[in-house]
Design a protein around this ligand. Structure first.
Ligand SMILES: C[S@@+](CC[C@H](N)C(=O)[O-])C[C@H]1O[C@@H](n2cnc3c(N)ncnc32)[C@H](O)[C@@H]1O
Length: 216
């Protein structure tokens, strides 16, 4: 017997109803068939309910939370369109830069939308690498949603993306509680292998992280 209540997204770690509404509104005129979410939870179930004709792939680094989302799926979801993928955090190397982020996962091509709501803030640039995992798989016209976009780290992440994929995106910012950025892929471009902006940011961030861990 499925629980008929609606899962609320206004808890401290969840996406928030306000952001969820924007996501739905931004996609209302699109046919959504494949949706990837980084960072699972109640939002995974809500997305699967809102886009019941789409396959939702939710990537989660923490086994415990992957399990909790599986329980929510079991209790709330009447459809079978949600796939929860456990992808532990790993250092990822890319063009001389290092990112603590999700291990690489198998995802389909022709993605319509990607929601980046993980990994947690303490990875610093973990969310940045999500883009590098999926950019080539997102179709032209597809959308990326970055939650917590008004945090300083996320602002740097966006700057790095824009420097590595010049003229690819149309950007829209929403003044939600924690800020939401929507990037629409207007042109498919080849990622630049080098950008001074991203290289300096990456190394200085990792160095600061290392030093603060050493003096703890
Ligand atoms: C911002 S949360 C993602 C939440 C999810 N998108 C939602 O809206 O339900 C990012 C990560 O924090 C972890 N997390 C989820 N709920 C948590 C909680 N209550 N306390 C601590 N960490 C949590 C999970 O590993 C999750 O992937």
């Amino acid at each position: 017997m499925k629980n008929k209540d609606t899962l609320n997204l206004d808890g401290p770690w969840a996406l928030g109803e306000e952001v969820f509404e924007v996501v739905i509104d931004e996609l209302k005129e699109k046919e959504v068939k494949r949706f990837v979410e980084f960072g699972s939870g109640s939002s995974s179930v809500r997305l699967s309910q809102a886009f019941e004709n789409a396959d939702i792939y939710s990537v989660e680094h923490d086994e415990e939370y992957a399990g909790k989302t599986r329980e929510l799926k079991e209790n709330y979801l009447a459809t079978d369109n949600l796939k929860i993928i456990h992808a532990p955090l790993q250092w990822q190397k890319l063009d001389g830069r290092l990112y603590k982020s999700y291990s690489k996962v198998e995802l389909p091509d022709d993605l319509d939308a990607v929601l980046i709501d993980g990994p947690p803030y303490w990875t610093r640039r973990g969310r940045e690498f999500c883009m590098y995992q999926v950019y080539d798989k997102v179709r032209k016209g597809g959308k990326f949603f970055l939650d917590d976009a008004s945090r300083l780290d996320e602002m740097k992440i966006v700057k790095n993306w824009l420097s590595l994929y010049p003229n690819s995106f149309e950007c829209k910012r929403y003044k939600t509680k924690k800020g939401l950025l929507v990037l629409t892929k207007k042109e498919h471009v080849r990622r630049k292998s080098m950008s001074t902006t991203s290289l300096i940011d990456n190394w200085s961030t990792n160095l600061r992280h290392l030093v603060s861990n050493l003096i703890k």
